[in-house]
Design a protein around this ligand. Structure first.
Ligand SMILES: NC(=O)C1=CN([C@@H]2O[C@H](COP(=O)(O)OP(=O)(O)OC[C@H]3O[C@@H](n4cnc5c(N)ncnc54)[C@H](O)[C@@H]3O)[C@@H](O)[C@H]2O)[C@H](O)CC1
Ligand SMILES: [K+]
Length: 215
């Protein structure tokens, strides 16, 4: 079985890749988005009306970049944005700027989530730190009430990636594209029930960089 990591390890490997190796965070985000995009195409989903539900952390940034990749190919895609864009991470703020350049439509109508043919869940990844309530919970309930298939980015939003615990409410995905390594919480019974088919995406983040053949 392939390696699975904790939230702390994911965060440490990300930081090492960005700060010590020097691969820019936006490059990693683009690779995360491309990997997710490829899985959307390969898994043969109905892409007639796609909605990306994104928050303003880096998980949301991955999702906004996926929306752009779809939009550029002529696919009907909208973004349902949760949280305050003024508080977005630098990478996610940049993704929002690019999305605006391409005039990707934003919606504030949860009915568009319910009526989509495919939902991309980019609300929370390994940064989830407390129980989910309010608008975030409403969006997750709408995702789960929709007939559409759902693809989660990195972690089904609401699942604690260390324990598999549901943090109040959690997305039930058909497929999850998780970055670099599987997460130990996704191997628990609840984790598996919520993540569906897990695709592990190589985005250039490795647990060890002292591979002799790599340097
Ligand atoms: N770091 C990288 O280089 C890469 C990360 N990738 C993706 O980024 C996420 C992790 O991003 P991060 O910004 O650390 O966290 P999240 O987006 O998961 O969310 C954090 C955000 O949400 C707030 N928050 C936490 N819990 C709650 C809650 N219950 N209700 C409301 N708000 C909440 C928190 O305060 C933060 O503001 C990772 O999973 C990847 O998807 C890329 O893969 C590229 C490389
Ligand atoms: K997610």
């Amino acid at each position: 079985m392939s390696k699975a990591i904790t939230i702390a390890e994911a965060q440490r490997y990300d930081a090492h890749t960005i700060n010590e190796i020097g691969i820019p965070a936006l490059v990693l985000m683009e690779r995360a988005a491309l990997a997710t995009f490829n899985n959307l195409l390969n898994d043969d989903f109905d892409l007639s009306r796609v909605i990306v539900v994104a928050a303003t952390g880096n998980n949301g940034g991955d999702g906004i970049a996926v929306a752009r990749l779809l939009h550029i190919r002529g696919i009907d895609v909208e973004i349902y944005l949760l949280g305050d864009p003024a508080k977005a991470t630098p990478q996610t703020a940049q993704q929002l700027k690019i999305a605006n350049y391409y005039h990707i439509p934003f919606t504030t109508d949860l009915n568009h989530v319910v009526n989509a043919t495919l939902i991309v869940d980019a609300i929370f990844g390994v940064g989830l730190s407390r129980n989910i309530s309010g608008k975030f919970a409403d969006a997750i309930n709408a995702i789960n009430a929709a007939d559409a298939k759902t693809v989660s980015i990195d972690v089904p939003s609401g699942i604690n990636a260390d324990t598999g615990e549901v943090m109040g409410v959690a997305v039930v995905a058909d497929s999850t594209t998780t970055m670099a390594y599987n997460k130990i919480g996704l191997l628990t019974i609840t984790g598996k029930q919520h993540s569906g088919t897990v695709h592990i995406a190589d985005i250039g983040i490795y647990a060890q960089d002292h591979l002799e053949h790599a340097r």
